[in-house]
Design a protein around this ligand. Structure first.
Ligand code: SF4
Ligand code: SF4
Length: 333
């Protein structure tokens, strides 16, 4: 257990563990400090600078995501200057970001869109011209399950770190410099890389630069989703918790649910392998072979038949004649 210390944020006493991340501590205590590159599951990057705060005794503004709290820290999270600086930074980021929300799968589920609303940065109220239009753009659609669009990428590196630090794979890196920088998979493209399609990078992306391909039948936007259901992944024995996004009683997207044992992560099977659920050929009732033909039956009838046949085999040939077969989807086999 870390030593407990107390700090002041905007004059309010907050108790935290010594060395805890200041941005996380502030947010956990209700201070809604913005930040696009910060993602609790990976190491802090300090790229976007939106979480700038003032700390008594330290010059200028410092990104809260890079500060470890210590006893007696006196923090200003909100004042006119900080908010004006944040607004200007969002304005700059928006100038590098293709904000054609109408065609974006993340419309309504996008962190930079939320900040544009928060700071009143409608298109006509922005100071900086849309520089992304003059910058050569790049897209990678070669992966079977996702695509990348550099015109929407805000270069936060959350995807790069999610792949490396959460999944332990290190497939992604940033290529080029400044406004020309972009995400690259492997040495060439996603299809030629070591990517196994787990989709952790998609889940970490705060905007629409990395999105799932429509693996569940249609392009998915938050406003299409009618409900979200948390369930246990039907594949291996880890028991990862998945959040299913549902429309018209069909799964349209899967995210790792942020709870044990997976804490939001999932592998390719959990995220993209549930298409069998709504597949028209899926077996939903047991079949019993009668006179050479498979005929639909009730569960009681099928289970009684299996039990009686197993009993007969054991009585006739002994227990060594019975073996078991198991797999991730055995119940459907
Ligand atoms: S899908 Fe998974 S393995 Fe592939 S780049 Fe993204 S995080 Fe890495
Ligand atoms: S693809 Fe998304 S997560 Fe990756 S750097 Fe760009 S904006 Fe950030």
């Amino acid at each position: 257990m870390p030593e407990t210390i107390s700090i002041l944020i905007d004059g309010r006493k907050v108790v935290a563990g010594k060395g805890d991340n200041l941005l996380k501590v502030a947010r956990d205590n209700g201070f809604d400090i913005p930040g696009l590159c910060f993602y609790e599951k990976i190491s802090a990057t300090g790229d976007c600078r939106l979480c700038m705060v003032k700390i008594e005794g330290r010059p200028g503004m410092v990104p809260a995501c890079l500060v470890e709290v210590e006893e007696g820290l006196r923090v200003t999270a909100f004042d006119e200057q900080l908010e004006a600086t944040r607004k200007m930074l969002v304005d700059v980021l928006l100038s590098e970001h293709n904000d054609d929300c109408i065609t974006c799968d993340r419309d309504g589920d996008c962190s930079i869109q939320d900040l544009a609303y928060r700071y009143g940065l409608d298109t006509e109220k922005r100071t900086f011209a849309p520089i992304w239009r003059q910058t050569p753009q790049f897209s990678d659609t070669t992966a079977p399950v996702l695509w990348y669009d550099s015109s929407k990428c805000i270069k936060c590196e959350r995807c790069v770190k999610a792949c490396r630090e959460i999944q332990g794979k290190g497939v992604l890196s940033m290529s080029n410099r400044g406004i020309h920088s972009r995400v690259v998979a492997g040495l060439e493209n996603w299809a030629a890389s070591e990517c196994d399609g787990c989709g952790e990078c998609v889940q970490a992306c705060p905007v629409g630069a990395l999105v799932e391909k429509p693996v569940y039948g249609e392009r998915m936007r938050l406003k299409n989703v009618q409900k979200k259901v948390v369930t246990t992944c039907p594949y291996c024995g880890v028991g990862c918790q998945l959040e299913l996004w549902i429309k018209d009683n069909a799964i349209v997207k899967v995210k790792g649910a942020d709870q044990p044992p997976n804490s939001g992560a999932t592998c390719v099977k959990g995220r993209f392998g549930l298409d069998f659920v709504n597949h028209p050929d899926r077996l939903k009732k047991p079949l019993i072979r009668k006179e050479g033909k498979l005929v639909e039956a009730g569960w009681d009838e099928a289970l009684d038949l299996v039990a009686s046949r197993l009993k007969e085999i054991r009585e006739e040939h002994g227990p060594g004649a019975i073996a078991g077969l198991s797999s991730a989807k055995c119940t459907n086999e």
